[in-house]
Structure formats: structure tokens, C-alpha cells
Design a protein around this ligand. Structure first.
Ligand SMILES: [Zn+2]
Length: 259
């Protein structure tokens, strides 16, 4: 599941290939927009917001995509053969490049002035230029009885955290994922750490929270179920939490994250 930093990098790749260029071809392979055609319009800019991507084109239109579980945008030279099968959901091509949306979890086309309808419910974007820490913390505090593990994944509180950053942030702060939001002493510190982790990883493909780039040393708890905790030696626990069926996985250390 791509997290905010991966979506941020995807937006950069799409900007590089599409910004300022006229579309020579568009191919929406989703029933709702199967007849849409953006040929002849220039792409103005792609922005990421949390895990959402907004590709704006001339004429006041926005292509809204979401990678969900296993989606990706692949940029390749125009003319190269597309991936086979029914994986491709959308192609946006210009004279030089084609951006191919593979297994996208969502493809939508809407008026740019209506973008709020698809991202307006989201909390502040952890990697956004208008990041608002106070607002994110205030949104978390609104539901003090929710577990902090669930609250961090709820994109209405803050946008961009997935299962990796949730597990790593909570471990680093010594907070049990099962603790209610109202019982977390330093929400500010927790949120600002999550942001720093995403910032530190936004420009490269691997996720490193330990500061150690060697393979197998990148994370504290994520991907390490049953292995010894790097701090105390206890076995890393693995469980599921939350109502969002796609994002339940949680890893933690009982001793380092009591409660
Ligand atoms: Zn531990």
C-alpha cells in the first residue's frame, strides 16, 4: 500500500512527464469515463494531497486518481507497448511520454472547481506546503476514545500515513497503538515525528526509519513480526486493528510500547 511519500514521488514523476505538454491521447478504461477524451488539452500540473493525485488539464478539468492497494503510475516513452491484460486503467500521453495508470484504485474526472468534493474531507497533508500541525492535532483530539493506531490512519485527521509510518512512528514514541488518543501525552510530538519520517523518505523509494540503509535494517517494527525488537529484544507483535479493511496491519513491541 503506497503511503504519502510514495504518492508525493508519483506526482513528481507525472509533473516531469506531463506538465505543460499537450495530450495527444487519453484512454480512460473505466466504465464511468470510457468516452472521455482529453486530446488537445495541455496538462497544467499534477499535485498530490495525502494519498490522492490531482492532474489538472486545460479547460478546468481534473483527473483524480488514487493508488489504493496496488496501483501505480508508470511513465514510459510514447509508443512503447503497454502492459498486457486488463491492468491498465488510464493512459495520458503526449508526443514524448505516456503515463500509464496501472491497477489504479480510483479514476475520476471532474471539474477543477469541484476538487473539494474528493479531497475536502481530508485532514492536513503531511507533505503539503500548507501543512497545519495544530489543525491535525485538533482533529485527532476530537475523538479521544479512538485508539491512536486507528486515528493515525484516518485520513480525515491527517493525510498521508499508512501502515508503515503508523507502526514506526508509534514505536519511536513508545506509544502503544491500542492507547486511546485522549491518553497519549504528547500528540504534538507524535505528529511532528510522523511528518519528519515522511519528509526524510519523500525523495527516495525505500522507507528508512532507523537511519540505517542496509537491507533488513531499515525499519524498527514494520515487516519484523516475530523478530527481536531492536531496542529490548522482545518479539515484535503483529495484529490487526481498525475498520478500514485495507489497512489493518499493526506491528508493535509490548515492552517498548506499553499499555
Ligand atoms: Zn522493544
Amino acid at each position: 500500500m503506497p503511503e504519502g511519500d510514495a504518492v508525493y514521488r508519483t506526482a513528481e514523476r507525472l509533473r516531469h512527464a506531463l506538465d505543460g505538454r499537450v495530450l495527444t491521447r487519453s484512454d480512460f478504461r473505466v466504465p464511468r469515463h470510457a468516452t472521455a477524451d482529453l486530446t488537445g488539452r495541455a496538462v497544467t500540473r499534477t499535485e498530490s494531497y495525502g494519498k490522492h493525485l490531482l492532474t489538472r488539464v486545460e479547460g478546468g478539468l481534473t483527473v483524480h486518481t488514487h493508488l489504493r492497494m496496488e496501483g501505480s503510475w508508470v511513465v514510459m516513452p510514447e509508443g512503447r507497448r503497454l502492459p498486457q491484460g486488463d491492468k491498465v486503467r488510464l493512459v495520458l500521453a503526449n508526443a514524448e511520454w505516456q503515463a500509464v495508470g496501472v491497477r489504479l484504485g480510483m479514476v475520476d474526472l471532474l471539474r477543477t472547481e469541484h476538487e473539494d468534493r474528493v479531497i475536502g474531507h481530508l485532514g492536513p497533508d503531511l507533505l503539503g506546503q500548507d501543512w497545519d500541525q495544530d489543525e491535525a492535532v485538533a482533529r485527532l483530539r476530537r475523538n479521544p476514545d479512538t485508539t491512536i493506531g486507528e486515528a493515525l490512519l484516518d485520513q480525515r485527521n491527517l493525510a498521508g500515513i499508512g501502515t508503515i509510518y503508523r507502526a514506526e512512528t508509534l514505536f519511536l514514541r513508545g506509544v502503544s497503538p491500542w492507547r486511546p488518543v485522549g491518553a497519549v501525552a504528547d500528540l504534538d510530538g507524535l505528529v511532528s515525528l510522523a511528518r519528519r519520517l515522511l519528509e526524510a523518505n519523500k525523495d527516495h523509494a525505500s522507507t528508512i526509519t532507523t537511519g540505517d540503509r542496509r537491507r533488513g535494517f531499515e525499519t524498527w517494527v514494520y515487516g519484523r513480526a516475530g523478530r527481536p525488537c531492536r531496542r529490548c529484544g522482545s518479539r515484535i507483535r503483529r495484529g490487526e486493528m481498525g475498520a478500514q479493511p485495507q489497512e489493518r496491519l499493526i506491528l508493535w513491541c509490548d515492552r517498548c510500547q506499553p499499555g
